[in-house]
Design a binder for this molecule. Structure first.
Ligand SMILES: [Zn+2]
Length: 86
């Protein structure tokens, strides 16, 4: 392997160990839940979306929270909606 490639691999290891360097702009994924497969999307400017009912009521859900756990500092937190009193 040539020395320039060795340098790139070293740099890749460093960057992978420093996830705060990475900020997701947007993505769309599916998550296979226990009952249904859900579509979750993220945009740095407009936030999270999930097609499940819980998300539509609360503004976050187990699906968005699972992705937050995986992606850590690379994404913004979903903002919980205030529960509306009847
Ligand atoms: Zn959800």
């Amino acid at each position: 392997m040539d020395s320039s490639m060795i340098g790139k691999i070293q740099k890749a290891k460093q960057y992978a160990a420093e996830p705060e360097r990475i900020n997701f702009e947007s993505f769309k994924v599916t998550l296979r839940g226990e009952h249904d497969t859900h579509v979750i999307s993220y945009d740095h400017d407009t936030g999270w979306q999930c097609d499940c009912h819980y998300f539509s009521v609360r503004g976050l859900c187990s699906h968005t929270m699972a992705l937050e756990r995986l992606l850590g500092v690379m994404v913004e937190r979903a903002q919980a909606k205030q529960a509306e009193e009847a």
